[in-house]
Design a protein around this ligand. Structure first.
Ligand code: FMN
Length: 212
């Protein structure tokens, strides 16, 4: 990351913390990095599902899922998903029943963004408001240096796709339901999260337990 991107991220964290003082940060338990299904079985089982119970995910599962999605997997800060030029421009906004949080992969922490249940704002489909977790992938184009606008658009979409596939495989391994979604009201998310014009809502993804 460039120096200005690091300063930008630190500033964003400060603003977020000030804006969400009513909901505390959540320190996630260390992710379990062993176990799970053999990769080929997870690939064989990967599929989209749009039926969820409203049961919350345990914090350990959330931690494991976020680490699988885009956690830090090497001492030098590199991540479980690749990103163009290692810009790491994708922010994961975590919509839970009690608030919206930003995944801080380095601290393994959920930084509070907004208190309250805003899950309905994370998608247009009926199941989104009741499923326990929606992730919204937001690309911070300010971290992508002086790349051409069309390259920023292309690479940020590709980078979010890798993260979404990690989540798909984690869910296949854990028996969770999951759907990645382009259907998200981007303007509403921008308004809700008070995003800058160079923060782009790329995709959303909903996760929960399957209905029996
Ligand atoms: C970029 C992208 C956007 C998608 N958007 C939606 C969506 O908004 N709503 C939805 O229900 N499914 C969405 N899907 C899921 C696809 O419909 C699903 O992946 C496809 O039908 C193939 O099924 P499979 O994932 O089980 O292989 C999206 C998938 C991708 C890759």
């Amino acid at each position: 990351m460039t120096k200005s991107a690091i300063i930008g991220s630190a500033w964003l964290m400060l603003v977020l913390t000030a804006a969400a003082q009513t909901v505390p940060a959540i320190q996630l338990p260390p992710p379990a990095k062993e176990g799970g299904m053999p990769l080929m079985q997870a690939l064989a089982g990967r599929h989209t599902s749009r039926e969820f119970t409203s049961d919350p995910l345990p914090l350990q599962t959330l931690s494991n899922l976020l680490w699988a999605a885009f956690g830090v997997n090497r001492p030098d800060g590199y991540r479980t998903a690749p990103s163009a030029r290692n810009w790491q421009e994708t922010d994961l906004y975590v919509f839970l029943a009690d608030g919206v949080y930003l995944y801080d992969a380095t601290a393994n922490l959920l930084q509070p963004v907004l208190a309250g249940d805003h899950r309905a704002a994370a998608g247009k489909q009926e199941f989104v408001k009741d499923a326990p977790l929606s992730l919204v992938y937001v690309a911070d184009l300010a971290r992508m240096g002086d790349a051409a606008p069309e390259d920023k658009a292309l690479y940020s979409a590709a980078d979010a796709g890798f993260i979404a596939q990690n989540v798909y495989l984690f869910c296949a391994s854990e028996g969770l339901s999951v759907v990645v979604r382009g259907m998200v009201d981007r303007e509403e998310v921008v308004r809700l999260l008070n995003l800058r014009s160079d923060q782009k809502v790329i995709l959303a993804q909903t996760v929960g337990y399957p209905k029996k």
